[in-house]
Design a protein around this ligand. Structure first.
Ligand SMILES: [Zn+2]
Ligand SMILES: [Zn+2]
Length: 298
């Protein structure tokens, strides 16, 4: 971890002296490297796999947490989330929850003051389907950690202006990197310096399984959103991969983090790693589940 932090600070210094294309290209290289490591590890895991099928829950846990997340600056969650002990009642609905209420989309009262607060470079809407199990959603992590994220439950969604909204669409041909900043300058909420403004008011993510996603995409309010981009070049670390999808199909929280990171790097943001805490719950859960998986191997 120590060496990765040193190398990260070296990368930061380098970033400060380079233009956006180089920054994006180095980000791509980083993600490609991560992909190679992940794919090799997954392949060797595949060969070792016993004839008894393990739960698909554990398929993506081949890297130790220190390696899997070493490129990001994520606060240590163990003292905050690990010390939580027992489930508590949600202050709003009274249901028993561990860290946050995925129904009310608020943190538990005891954690409200200690969870990281993440400022994002743009406003994000997440649309989830009413039939989707909210407890499995990683998009909720973003809404708990950042005031810039709002979750809407389909079919109760806002009317979006198609010219002012961009939809993240996994199979979209255009990529997020193709979005060009406006000429207008604006104060970056992440580092406080002036950057060129993001050209849309809002980014919309759809957070549910593919069947429900298709249903939402066909809704005329969403199908009218003609600005669609995909996020490519990063391999998911999510432990619940859907077998029919590409490995670069990201969990919603990974996709949100990727979009924010790519944009901030393209704008030569001074503090791009401030959005890494979007992965605060995600990393902690990865760590817990991968430890449990390794213990079950012995
Ligand atoms: Zn609640
Ligand atoms: Zn910035």
């Amino acid at each position: 971890m120590g060496s990765s932090r040193r190398s990260k600070s070296a990368v930061d210094k380098k970033r400060a002296h380079e233009g956006a294309p180089q920054l994006l290209s180095s980000a791509h290289q980083l993600f490609r490297r991560l992909k190679d490591v992940n794919v090799k590890a997954a392949m060797s895991e595949e060969r070792k796999r016993p004839s008894i099928t393990r739960s698909p829950l554990y398929e993506n846990l081949s890297l130790p947490v220190s390696e899997a997340f070493c490129d990001w600056d994520i606060s240590d969650a163990s003292s905050i989330l690990g010390g939580q002990g027992e489930r508590q009642k949600c202050g709003r609905c009274g249901r028993s929850r561990m860290w946050f209420c995925y129904g009310c989309m608020i943190p538990l009262e005891s954690l409200r003051a200690v969870l990281p607060k993440v400022k994002l470079p743009f406003r994000i809407d997440i649309i989830r389907h009413a039939h989707e199990a909210a407890g499995r959603s990683t998009g909720i992590h973003a809404a708990i950690l950042s005031e810039d994220v709002h979750i809407h439950t389909y079919p109760d969604i806002p009317e979006y202006d198609p010219c002012r909204t961009v939809l993240i669409f996994p199979d979209g041909e255009a990529t997020f990197e193709s979005i060009r900043a406006t000429e207008r300058q604006t104060v970056c909420p992440v580092c406080g310096n002036l950057h060129q403004a993001f050209p849309y008011d809002r980014i919309v993510f759809v957070d549910c399984c593919w069947t429900q996603t298709r249903r939402i995409i066909l809704d005329e309010r969403i199908s009218a959103l003609h600005n669609r981009v995909g996020l490519k070049g990063r391999i998911s670390l999510f432990w619940r991969p859907q077998r029919t999808r590409n490995p670069d199909h990201l969990a919603t929280i990974e996709a949100i983090h990727q979009a924010c990171s790519v944009w901030l790097l393209s704008q030569k943001c001074q503090r791009p790693h401030r959005v890494d805490n979007l992965l605060f719950f995600f990393k902690y859960m990865y760590d817990k589940i991968s430890n449990r998986y390794r213990e079950s191997e012995h």
